[in-house]
Design a protein around this ligand. Structure first.
Ligand code: ADP
Length: 449
């Protein structure tokens, strides 16, 4: 039994994830409050929520990132909890703390845990202590270029400089030789300071042709932790995921079990609660190395939902109500079949330049094994102010070949007119023999062009 029962939840987000969270609330019989910027007045999350409050102008700093406005909206509407979605305030420990002091349940990990995981080199140090394999790199923040040079010398080039507070694939710089390091170091610090308001950078070994494999975790507030298998997110453009699948076509059962066991231990030691994802890179020899934790729900969570049958967003809400994992999900978790997600972005499929504007024609595919998560509809306007994700198309099959074929026919039946989308690129990837054989690394898209 839940120790509390939420009557109303505010969703501090927009777009498809806001609609996704509203759907979960509806199924749980919980009322919803949407917040929106002036640019999102006609967005479907506003329409589907029971109440909606405008929290400011288009610029996110004055709306979706404005803690005071969001807390006021929560207080006016008398909600019990706030779901932050992904991006925006989802990994902002200060926001989670303000929620706590305002007697609003933050649907996510505790502020101290968010803080630990959000400082990437601290998370690395923690994971290393816990026996999780971590890429060779700096033990903490790099203070001077000299320090970076001597560390890079001992690790061996290439190395990658990363922002401590980084995210979204931004602020990373690959360094191939010592002569380039001082300039890259200064630029990385500047970029980090401008983008994440902290100039702190650290360094780790650069893997030239890695695969990105990540593990989904759920933890309740009573010390139970489950790992819901992994996702393969190697198909990226500019270090940003485009296609994700579950399970990974290359991960073996022994390695899955070993990493899951290490993560259970680490999550328990950190006092981790709610949902989270632990990201790894796989090198050419098949070894996995931790890179970072995302202490929130992820864009690609639906592929895990398909293969486990677990509704991750409902699980997040029920965990926050104090329910035990034993009441929420089956044990042991079974992974069945194969799921693939294509992100449908409003962007030019060749140049990746954003393509905001009015969608003049919109037809969604359906049928067996197909799921579409979207906020868009015919005649809606994709605003230029936010990320370009218009929809997520997810295909499930008994095995990977069936999931690929299903994805192909669904992409062909997905019509978006008036703007450019990534659909043509997604189709080319699905038809690629190397993709179909599971032979790829993070450079796959740049090689294909
Ligand atoms: P962010 O938090 O900005 O998304 P991540 O640390 O999660 O940054 O890395 C995003 C992507 O960047 C990875 O999936 C991978 O493609 C690339 N990357 C990050 N670190 C390395 C590394 N050490 N070697 C090779 N590629 C890397």
């Amino acid at each position: 039994m839940p120790s509390v029962r939420f009557n109303k939840i505010l969703i501090a987000n927009r777009g498809e994830i806001a609609v996704r969270i509203i759907s979960a609330c509806k199924e749980l019989g919980i009322q919803t409050v949407a917040v929106y910027s002036e640019a999102d007045r006609y967005s479907s999350h506003v329409r589907f929520a029971d109440q909606a409050i405008c929290i400011g102008p288009a610029k996110s700093a004055r709306s979706y990132l404005d803690i005071a406005s969001i807390i006021s909206a929560a207080e006016i509407t008398n909600v019990d909890a706030i779901h932050p979605g992904y991006g925006f305030l989802s990994e902002n420990a200060g926001f989670a703390e303000v929620c706590e002091t305002s007697s609003l349940k933050f649907i996510g990990p505790r502020p101290d845990v968010i803080r630990l995981m959000g400082v990437k080199e601290r998370a690395r140090a923690f994971m290393r202590e816990m026996g999780v394999p971590v890429l060779p790199g700096s033990p903490g923040v790099l203070k001077t270029p000299e320090e970076a040079l001597s560390l890079a010398e001992s690790i061996g080039y290439p190395v990658i400089l990363k922002a401590s507070a980084g995210g979204g694939g931004r602020g990373m710089r690959v360094v191939h030789n010592p002569a380039d390091l001082p300039a890259h170091f200064a630029q990385a610090q500047n970029e980090a300071g401008a983008a994440f308001s902290s100039p702190d950078v650290y360094l780790e070994k650069y893997i030239p042709a890695p695969r990105h494999i990540e593990f989904q975790l759920l933890a309740d507030e009573h010390g139970h932790i489950e790992i819901l298998g992994e996702r393969e997110c190697t198909i990226q453009r500019r270090h940003q995921k485009l296609i994700e699948e579950a399970p990974s076509p290359v991960l073996g059962a022994t390695q899955r079990a070993e990493i899951s066991a290490a993560l259970q231990k680490a999550a328990a030691a950190a006092g981790y609660t709610n949902a989270g994802t632990v990201e790894f890179l796989m090198d050419e020899t098949g070894r996995l190395y931790f890179i970072e934790v995302n202490a929130r729900v992820q864009v690609e969570h639906p592929v895990t939902e398909f293969v486990t049958g677990i509704d991750i967003v409902k699980a997040q809400i029920r965990i926050a109500q104090g329910e035990s994992l034993a009441e929420i999900i089956p044990h042991p978790i079974e992974i069945r079949g194969h799921a693939i997600e294509c992100r449908i972005n409003a962007e030019n499929p060749d140049t990746f330049v954003p393509s905001p504007g009015r969608i003049t024609g919109f037809h969604l595919p359906g049928g067996i094994g197909i799921r579409v998560d979207t906020w868009a509809y015919t005649d809606c306007v994709v605003p230029p102010f936010y990320d370009s994700l218009v929809a997520k198309l997810i295909a499930y099959g008994a095995d990977r070949p069936e999931a690929i074929r299903r994805m192909q026919r669904a992409l062909e039946m997905f019509i978006v007119e008036g703007i450019h989308t990534s659909i043509p690129l997604d189709l080319r990837i699905m038809a690629n023999p190397d993709f179909q054989a599971g032979r790829f690394d993070t450079n796959f898209i740049s090689r294909m062009k």
